[in-house]
Design a protein around this ligand. Structure first.
Ligand SMILES: NC(=O)c1ccc[n+]([C@@H]2O[C@H](COP(=O)([O-])OP(=O)(O)OC[C@H]3O[C@@H](n4cnc5c(N)ncnc54)[C@H](O)[C@@H]3O)[C@@H](O)[C@H]2O)c1
Length: 419
């Protein structure tokens, strides 16, 4: 079988980790049980480019239970859990091409092997698979029934492709499903980013000045959690509405230029490039810590920082590099500017990925069933999937809610009843 993983001997450890995550993924388990019986993906070749974590492994098991022939590569060179990758090969017979710390050439060769698998469905976290298919394998677009996109930045890129008339396959914005974005981006990124920062640095957050760049779903989650641990949070934004929201949520809001000399710890969560640049690094305190939990490794201008440095001391701790600047100060960069929650911790907890990945699996089923009707554009996830996933998640949490009475239903649907 084709695969490229670090060490198959790690498979037993990986399986333990996958089984542990499964305990908290009840909704996905129910999808898997149905998929096993109904085989809605029978004979469907699929390539997924996702963070290779224990939660993703449970999604892979589900897709495979549905009958898919699956190829998996990493959506980030630092997020792969090598033991999980080994277990997927050894125990699930899935073609995995992912190794933690793989270099850029290997990363893209793994993406290409996913395309050479000739997928009929693709699944992306940041649109690397889809954009590589369009640029290097354009003849293959005709074979693709649909593609699922897991994250904000990927959806933004795909919408830009659709607006340019460049998109040649139907895409589903899984990221924008309510049961994904509200919980995964906010509570998942919030908690796991704090976890990654603490594992990398062991700093005390209480009393620390933390600068959060971006107050979208991820930024809100992160700000809320670090404030909960006693940090003084400053938010930077470019969107006036989000900035007002941050002010009214009780944070200080200011431009990065003003925040730079105040912050002890900086975290970018914007999906944008070069959010922290040399002019900001120049103003920072000696010993300031910077990291990214937004998109890939593009939010910190590390090339610019490198040019300002007299020397770079790699690995002063695991996932911490010290940049000794010509101005005599040092800046600590975590996880080489890649997503810190995946580089230094384990990504989002399983309970939150349960919803995101149930949406992935069900939207894949929907795309396969309906592919003949789909056009080359970005689709929202059907509302029925959000509803189903949220109802089951509540049930798994043992939480019941009220139902509309017939009178209330009528009241909400009519304009003739008056006030
Ligand atoms: N770490 C993870 O595991 C993880 C999980 C989910 C999403 N993400 C990624 O995190 C990023 C943010 O996702 P989101 O769902 O919060 O998106 P979002 O669109 O809700 O929020 C992004 C915010 O950043 C702001 N912004 C853009 N450029 C800025 C700049 N230069 N300075 C300050 N603010 C700026 C925007 O105005 C917006 O409010 C995306 O790249 C997404 O793919 C990461």
């Amino acid at each position: 079988m084709d695969y490229h993983v670090a060490d198959l001997k790690l498979a037993a450890e990986g399986k333990k980790r996958i089984d542990w995550a499964e305990h908290d993924m009840l909704v996905l388990r129910l999808v898997r049980e149905r998929f096993l019986k109904e085989k809605p993906l029978a004979g469907v070749k699929m390539s997924a480019c996702l963070h290779v974590t224990a939660e993703t492994a449970n999604l892979c098991r589900t897709l495979k239970a549905g009958g898919a022939e699956l190829h998996l590569c990493a959506s980030n060179p630092l997020s792969t859990q090598d033991d999980v990758a080994a277990s997927l090969v050894e125990h699930e017979r899935i073609k995995v091409f992912a190794m933690r710390g793989e270099d850029n050439d290997t990363y893209y060769s793994h993406i290409r092997s996913g395309i050479e698998h000739k997928p009929m469905i693709t699944m992306d976290d940041g649109a690397d698979l889809v954009t590589t298919i369009h640029s290097e394998y354009p003849d293959q677009t005709g074979e693709i029934m649909g593609s699922m996109e897991e994250t904000t930045t990927g959806v933004i890129r795909l919408r830009a492709m659709a607006a340019d008339g460049a998109l040649k396959i139907p895409v589903f914005a899984v990221n924008d499903a309510q049961t994904k974005r509200l919980f995964d981006n906010r509570y998942g990124t919030g908690q796991s980013t704090v976890d990654g920062i603490i594992r990398a640095t062991d700093i005390l957050l209480a009393g620390t000045n933390v600068v959060a760049a971006g107050y979208g779903y991820c930024g809100r989650g992160f700000s809320m959690r670090v404030r909960g641990m006693g940090a003084n949070v400053i938010v930077t934004e470019i969107d006036p509405v989000k900035a007002i929201e941050a002010v009214m949520d009780g944070y200080r809001v200011m431009p990065m230029e003003k925040a730079a000399p105040i912050g002890d710890l900086f975290c970018t969560l914007t999906g944008n490039i070069n959010v922290i640049r040399p002019e900001h690094f120049e103003l920072m305190k000696d010993g300031a810590i910077v990291c990214n939990s937004g998109h890939f490794n593009v939010e910190l201008d590390l090339k610019g920082l490198e040019n300002m440095a007299e020397r770079i001391e790699k690995g002063v701790r695991r996932e911490v590099d010290a940049y000794h600047l010509k101005n005599g100060k040092k800046i600590f960069v975590l996880g080489e500017g890649r997503l810190i929650n995946l580089a230094a911790a384990e990504g989002h907890p399983a309970s939150v990925m349960d919803m995101s990945f149930a949406v992935q699996a069900l939207t894949t089923e929907y795309a396969v069933k309906n592919h003949e009707k789909l056009e080359h554009r970005v689709y929202e996830v059907p509302e029925s999937i959000d509803k189903w996933v949220s109802e089951l998640k509540l049930k798994s949490m043992n939480v019941a809610i009220d139902k509309l009475t017939p009178e209330q239903e009528k009241y909400l649907a009519t304009w003739t009843m008056g006030t």
